[in-house]
Write a protein that binds this ligand. Structure first.
Ligand SMILES: [Zn+2]
Ligand SMILES: [Zn+2]
Length: 889
């Protein structure tokens, strides 16, 4: 029974909510998990009743008998958007059927004249009640030819056919090409003789014919039998495909039903909503018209039957796009049935106006996928023949057919005297009461389309208007909503209809549309295929923030599909999260070495630069967030951490050990980074904040307000880009000459479309280990390079906006330079040893350096420098080939 079924549904929903309850907070998503709204709750359902009544009072909901798509397996109707989800290309069998005219002489036609009609749904033929032709269309008289394959003793019976002249000319191939007098053609694979006689559609009006199936011809229950199985005129006939003559089965097509209602034809339904043909069609009784295992099987039976009766003109394979059930994949059927509709077309003009106020990300969806859908929207069929759903709040008298529509539990109680505690079918169908006429008021059996629930979320989740009236009135339209591309025609759309229809404004101001996160192989993530990593395991391995940042910075946030590649997630974890953690530990290490605040007023060029970079990044994020472009908002975070770690820290290492300005700057940067990154990487931002925040700061970064940006020093940012390009060019030249960076070199000459000031030149020198760097103009660099024949020269480095024309590198290593290089080798060897012995940076050590004569000499000469950089006391050891350091604490 319905109650048992619904009780199981109630239990099932509890399990699903619990699963989400664990995963959502781990992803750092804020939801009120203790107070989730559920569309099954009484309060939610009552708000939907209220909505239904509002629509009804505004004359925006109605009941009609219409041909709509049904799923025969689910035995329910589907809405336009559900149907749109399931189109697939499939092969079908199409047939051209012969309909024999009973009194052809009435139109001056010979005996044995047939009208040829083409159909892609042979299974609808038993429901045929009429043929339709176009009033002004010309129909050509053609004849059959003896079948030579059957031999000369075969008795030939002459048959005459009518088919639209235009359709014939389009399709028919002359048997002998180029012969003017040829009148033999191959039409739909059948040999025919063409005559010169034509007849207009209007002359065929009213002619009677024999339907291919006679199951209903003598059935007295069929209304208007006299009108049936005749030729009618219709505007929708075209000669593009088929024969220009349409077989009319009003129970299975919207146009057919309209014609039937217009001229008073019966609607013959020869199958139930389960898709199974009734017993009265003896030849096909019990067959399913579109079985999921073999959707052509019943059509094949129909074709066999037609052939046996001599009514098959031809059959052809036909490939077309056909709708399937999104739930169960069964081919859908067009089926005339009673349904309730929301009058979308009636309010479309308003809906389009409200739609104009919405901002979409990505922007193209507004006029594209969404705009087009809305333009073409049809009335929404909201009644379903299912058990577990909200109910249509309409009671009808079984005698006088009078109806009551209820917008609340109280209204129902007032009429029936029963106060229900649940609005599901198993409960409310028990409520009946007496009509004024003495009949029984019973609820109409249908339930509401599940999208009616989803569309009601903005108000029903607050039990509006029974509670929270003011709150909801202020919250509609919502600031923004986010969901997948598929929801353009579903959740976004249905909210827009219900809220637009009754509240008379848009449901939301901004929408972020995401694509699908696919498995690494580009296929849908499937539990069955196990083609994706376990999300809990991903969170454990890389952290929620890395996964968030990886997905947020991808194209999936602009409605495109995206393949989740674990290796790339790992990269984000190490490149962004890992580096940031390293920067932070570096700060922790030295933060107590000197008193500092966390300010942005340093005079040092690198400090000023990282501060400018922060202002720039902050502005990029703010601008992108303001336009709801999440990928553009998140990418600058990773780029900033890269600059911070591989350039600022790298170049400021020494200063950070003891310089108050540097430490103050770094602290300022980390605190600001925590704020800006908080919406994207909430866990790491909070951790960082707790370590670097000021005394009077908010306890949590998530309580802090989004800060106002400051202008970045654009000149400085440009100059640093130029500086880094110069470094890149020089390092590239060094690499080509295979001279390691530890080996100092004397000179580099540059010709670029920019000049660097002294501060910047110092940075380049330091980073590239070059003693002297000079800039030349076009003419001078040629002279310079000509005179320095052994120099290494590189041309054209950089991007279109920023370029170095020439890098000249003096590769000569003088004995002095060589000694200096050796001292650096010693420093490196000592540092490696410190690391090996796990020494803290503050731990003082004594080192005995052994090595070649030259190494020992270099160690002696640069002793002070080596000691300073490695925090050791250095002594020379014995002479040997390899460098060896003996370290004691
Ligand atoms: Zn289905
Ligand atoms: Zn009544």
């Amino acid at each position: 029974g319905v109650k048992k079924f619904n009780d199981v549904c109630r239990e099932k929903i509890k399990e699903v909510s619990d699963e989400w309850g664990q995963l959502i907070p781990r992803f750092g998503r804020w939801s009120d998990m203790d107070n989730p709204y559920r569309t099954m709750d009484k309060t939610f359902m009552e708000s939907e009743w209220w909505m239904f009544k509002q629509l009804h009072d505004k004359d925006l909901v109605y009941e009609d008998y219409r041909s709509i798509h049904i799923c025969p397996r689910c035995e329910t109707t589907l809405s336009q958007s559900e149907v749109a989800e399931g189109y697939k290309d499939i092969k079908d069998l199409s047939v051209t059927v012969k309909f024999r005219l009973r009194e052809p002489e009435e139109a001056g036609l010979p005996k044995d004249t047939y009208l040829l009609a083409w159909t892609t749904t042979p299974w609808t033929l038993p429901g045929n009640v009429a043929l339709a032709v176009g009033r002004e269309i010309e129909y050509l008289h053609i004849m059959n030819m003896p079948d030579v394959k059957k031999g000369s003793d075969h008795e030939f019976k002459r048959e005459h056919y009518l088919v639209s002249k235009e359709a014939f000319n389009k399709d028919a191939q002359p048997l002998i090409d180029g012969d003017e007098n040829n009148d033999t053609f191959l039409f739909k694979g059948i040999l025919v003789r063409k005559t010169s006689e034509t007849i207009q559609g209007k002359e065929l009006l009213g002619l009677r014919y024999d339907p291919p199936f006679d199951s209903y011809v003598n059935d007295e229950k069929i209304q208007n039998r006299e009108q049936s199985w005749r030729v009618y005129l219709a505007d929708f006939i075209n000669t593009e495909t088929g024969t220009g003559i349409a077989h009319e089965a009003p129970a299975f097509g919207a146009e057919d039903l309209e014609l039937a209602q217009e001229v008073g034809l019966p609607v013959i339904q020869h199958l139930g909503m389960d898709g199974i043909i009734y017993d009265e069609v003896k030849e096909l009784a019990g067959l399913h018209v579109k079985p999921i295992e073999d959707h052509q099987s019943t059509d094949v039976e129909v074709i066999k039957y037609l052939a046996g009766k001599g009514l098959l003109f031809s059959k052809e394979k036909y490939e077309h796009s056909y709708p399937h059930c999104w739930r169960c994949d069964t081919p859908l059927l067009n089926y005339a049935t009673n349904s309730w509709f929301v009058a979308v077309e009636k309010m479309k003009e308003r809906l389009l106006k409200y739609a104009d106020e919405i901002t979409w990300s990505p922007g193209h969806i507004k006029k594209g996928r969404w705009g087009n859908w809305l333009e073409g929207a049809r009335d929404w069929s909201i009644s379903r023949q299912r058990f577990w759903a909200n109910t249509i709040p309409v009671w009808r008298c079984d005698e006088c057919k009078n109806t009551d529509v209820f917008g609340s539990i109280a209204e129902l109680k007032e009429k029936s005297g029963v106060e229900v505690d649940d609005l599901h079918k198993d409960v409310v169908d028990e409520v009946t009461y007496k009509c004024d006429c003495g009949g029984e008021m019973v609820r109409v059996p249908d339930v509401l389309d599940t999208w009616f629930n989803s569309g009601s979320v903005p108000f029903a989740s607050y039990h509006y208007p029974f509670e929270n009236k003011e709150k909801v009135d202020n919250r509609i339209p919502a600031d923004f909503i986010a969901e997948g591309t598929d929801q353009t025609r579903a959740w976004f759309y249905y909210q827009h209809i219900l809220v637009g229809g009754v509240f008379e404004k848009p449901a939301f101001k901004n929408v972020i549309v995401n694509g699908m996160v696919m498995a690494e192989d580009g296929k849908k993530m499937s539990k069955k295929l196990k083609n994706y990593p376990d999300p809990t395991l991903m969170l454990d391995t890389y952290g929620a923030d890395a996964i968030r940042l990886y997905i947020l910075s991808s194209q999936v946030v602009r409605a495109e599909d995206f393949n989740f590649i674990e290796k790339e997630a790992a990269q984000v974890a190490s490149k962004v999260m890992g580096r940031l953690a390293n920067v932070h530990s570096f700060y922790e290490l030295y933060k107590d070495s000197v008193e500092h605040e966390g300010n942005s007023d340093s005079k040092n060029v690198l400090d000023r630069w990282i501060i400018a970079r922060m202002h720039q990044m902050h502005a990029q994020v703010t601008t992108a967030m303001d336009s709801y472009e999440l990928d553009k908002a998140t990418r600058p975070l990773g780029e900033f951490v890269d600059d911070l770690s591989t350039w600022y820290i790298r170049r400021s290492r020494d200063r950070l050990k003891s310089d108050a300005e540097a430490l103050s700057t770094l602290r300022w940067v980390l605190r600001k980074y925590a704020k800006v990154s908080a919406p994207f990487t909430p866990f790491i931002a909070e951790w960082l904040w707790s370590n670097v925040k000021r005394k009077d700061d908010e306890e949590s970064v998530h309580l802090a307000k989004w800060c106002k940006g400051e202008d970045a020093d654009e000149d400085l940012l440009l100059m640093m880009r130029q500086t880094r390009l110069a470094v890149e060019g020089i390092l590239f030249a060094r690499n080509m000459k295979k001279i390691k960076v530890r080996q100092p070199l004397s000179e580099v000459a540059l010709n670029a479309d920019f000049q660097l000031n002294n501060e910047m030149i110092e940075i380049v020198k330091d980073e590239t280990n070059i003693k002297e760097i000079s800039f030349y103009d076009d003419r001078d660099i040629i002279t310079k390079m000509r005179s320095q024949k052994d120099w290494y020269v590189l041309h054209d480095i950089g991007t279109l906006q920023l370029a170095i024309k020439t890098v000249g590198l003096n590769p000569n290593i003088t004995p002095e330079l060589k000694k200096e290089g050796m001292a650096r080798d010693v420093i490196r060897a000592i540092q490696n040893e410190r690391k090996e012995k796990n020494l803290e940076i503050a731990d003082l050590a004594t080192v005995i350096v052994s090595g070649s004569n030259e190494t020992l000499a270099a160690t002696h000469e640069f002793k002070e420098e080596i000691q300073k950089q490695t925090n050791t006391t250095v002594e020379n050891g014995k002479e040997q080939d390899e460098i060896e350091v003996d370290l004691t604490t």
